[in-house]
Write a protein that binds this ligand. Structure first.
Ligand code: SOE
Length: 382
């Protein structure tokens, strides 16, 4: 690909996470030339509100705009496949929200297409891009904590606890057959593989639905927002919680619990690696802290400080120690890495963001989880 001097972006989707993409791009001074929404009127309204040059009447109109180099897809999950495919075929680089698509057939096709185009094709697994997560990865993969034995953790939320809580993710046709696994456990799977350098190869899953009937509002409800007004009963087929045992290709064993009905847990992702020499633990709601556990000396709590982090972590730290970094900084660091490749014309061999190949592997894990839950036995990730 020809290197692009100053890559420009278009944003697809204007919900909770679309606004996070927008803000991170703005902080990196990446020009956003237009926005696509669920309707032309909404695109025009958001373009005016966010001071973006164009509100496109349609996705196709955006693809026809030669100024767009990178398409950020933050639409509901069932739109990702067609939009990502069309963007790649139009010669655009793509940053797609997770899950990459609704099935491994679709993600497999996208991964192949992305590889054949040589374009940058990234999946928005933002959790990789906290400095302490990079630090954890470097400590594990360099061997400094010894071979990973156990990978333990959870991803707990409470925003879908009540039967009056609603979001498009609850509808399987739009969100996917597995909700909690696809929406949040997938972040944890990606994180576990990222920090250990090992792939998940077998799973044993128990999926549960505690709120089988929800009161679906007649109108649309934004992610993490309260529903109100008239409702109709809706029979939910996706899980509210999942407990999953894991086997990794390098010999590590794992266990994760994921839930969207855990009162008090807002967006609580946590991971612990127990390795042969020491342990490491990190939690997304205290992102600047890395706990280091020892057997024969006192445990440590490492606070994020670029001068004390491992090299790869220091490279993505945006602020000096003591100046808290959080969710939005991870997006900024992720896009800095992606846009460096875009500016260079294509993916580099050593980039650390998740690619469409990683997004395809995630889909295979999610499908293995579904199979295991159905059969009550271990399932192999295809
Ligand atoms: C909702 O569960 C959600 O917005 C996820 O879709 C995101 O991936 C996660 O970052 C926060 O929670």
């Amino acid at each position: 690909m020809t290197p692009s001097p100053k890559p420009r972006a278009a944003l697809v989707g204007t919900g909770f996470i679309g606004a996070v993409h927008l803000e991170a791009l703005r902080r990196l001074a990446i020009p956003i030339v237009g926005v696509v929404a669920s309707t032309a009127a909404k695109a025009a309204q958001k373009a005016a509100e966010w001071e973006i040059e164009r509100g496109y009447a349609s996705y196709e109109e955006m693809l026809g705009d030669d100024r767009v180099d990178v398409v950020h897809i933050t639409s509901p999950n069932d739109e990702h496949f067609a939009q990502a495919k069309a963007a790649l075929l139009a010669g655009k680089h793509v940053v797609c929200e997770k899950p990459l698509a609704m099935s491994s057939v679709e993600t497999g096709e996208l991964a192949e297409l992305a590889a054949s185009t040589g374009l940058v094709a990234a999946v928005n697994f933002n959790v990789r891009f906290y400095p302490q997560v990079h630090d954890m990865r470097e400590r594990v993969t360099s061997g400094s904590v010894g071979a990973p034995y156990l990978v333990i953790g959870s991803y707990l939320q409470d925003w879908l606890l009540h039967d009056t809580d609603w979001n498009w993710r609850v509808e399987s046709e739009r969100g996917g057959a597995l909700r909690v696994v696809g929406d949040v456990a997938s972040h944890w799977f990606d994180l576990a593989s990222f920090v250990t350098g090992q792939q998940i190869v077998e799973v044993m899953a128990d999926l549960t639905n505690f709120v089988p009937v929800r009161r679906r509002p007649v109108g649309e409800v934004a992610t993490f927002s309260a529903a109100s007004g008239e409702t109709v009963d809706f029979a939910v087929t996706s899980e509210d919680a999942a407990s999953i045992l894991l086997r990794f290709d390098g010999g590590a064993r794992g266990v994760v619990t994921a839930s969207q009905v855990s009162a008090g847990r807002k967006n609580a992702i946590s991971i612990e690696v127990n390795a042969a020499e020491s342990s490491l633990a990190w939690a997304g709601e205290r992102p600047d802290e890395l706990w280091i556990g020892h057997r024969s000396t006192p445990n440590e709590l490492s606070l994020r400080d670029p001068s004390l982090l491992t090299a790869s972590a220091a490279a993505i730290a945006g602020l000096p120690g003591g100046h808290a970094e959080g969710f939005e900084n991870a997006f900024k660091a992720l896009y800095a890495s992606i846009y460096a490749d875009v500016a260079a014309g294509g993916p580099s061999a050593d980039s650390l963001y998740a690619t469409f190949a990683d997004g395809h592997h995630e889909a295979l894990i999610v499908e293995a989880v579904a199979e295991s839950a159905r059969t009550g036995t271990w399932a192999t990730v295809a």
